[in-house]
Design a protein around this ligand. Structure first.
Ligand code: ATP
Ligand code: MG
Length: 214
């Protein structure tokens, strides 16, 4: 069998992918939370995992450094999906990309007045497209994390961020005012690897698909 490299980020993607890997007969030999190893062998000698930053997963797969990977839709929207085949919505790491504002801020009114909004986000592409489609003028401010802070200290009027329970927004006196897109993790595959290593890759896709449908 051809060797197969699967790119994963640690944290929720790794945790929620474990049952899917197990369904494909793949059990990691180390836990990335406790091990410092970035390359992890598995119960199947021809399958190895590499541990990458969540936003780097599509890059490793696009260039063929990994044959396949698991990445959030948010990350794929920003990356653009070049060179990637996306056969499966894995229905894990689910959340929503949303616009949020401080409790007292009248978002509908600001949009109606055509005011220029300052929006802080890690998701520039997605935010740009969303507001352009609505015809809302925005100044986008790129952040790398803790977007919730930006409106509280006058850096922005609004944020675009991922929301699951809404507890972080609530704890910071923010409220979600608009859903941009529902988010979940996707299986991504290098297009060339899919052709060259189909015999090894297709059974993994099938096992994941079966496990997701259960
Ligand atoms: P880092 O934490 O390294 O800055 P990250 O925030 O993108 O990067 P994770 O927090 O591990 O990495 O998130 C990985 C993926 O999980 C995201 O790309 C997204 O698809 C999904 N995700 C992020 N936040 C949530 C959430 N609150 N609930 C459910 N899924 C989420
Ligand atoms: Mg995070």
């Amino acid at each position: 069998m051809s060797p197969i490299t699967i790119a994963l980020s640690k944290g929720r993607i790794f945790e929620e992918t474990l049952p899917l890997l197990k369904a494909a007969g793949v059990v990691p030999r180390d836990d990335p939370e406790t091990s410092r190893k970035l390359i992890i062998a598995t119960s199947r000698p021809e399958v190895r995992l590499i541990i990458v930053r969540a936003s780097d997963t599509p890059t490793y797969v696009q260039y063929g450094a990994a044959d396949m990977g698991i990445a959030g839709k948010d990350v794929l929207l920003e990356h653009g999906g070049d060179g990637l085949y996306q056969p499966l919505d894995l229905a894990i790491a689910a959340c929503r990309m949303m616009v949020a504002v401080p409790q007292g801020f009248d978002y509908a009114q600001a949009v109606k007045q055509g005011a220029r909004l300052r929006v802080a986000t890690k998701y520039l592409q997605t935010a740009r497209e969303h507001f352009a489609a609505k015809g809302v003028h925005v100044d986008l401010i790129k952040l790398y994390g803790s977007m919730e802070l930006a409106p509280l200290v006058g850096l922005a009027d609004a944020i675009v961020d991922l929301v699951s329970s809404g507890n972080t927004l609530k704890a910071n006196n923010l409220r979600a005012v608009e859903e941009i897109v529902p988010i979940s993790a996707r299986l991504i595959i290098n297009v060339a690897a899919l052709k060259l290593k189909r015999a090894a890759i297709q059974p993994l896709i099938d096992a994941f698909a079966k496990a997701v449908a259960r």
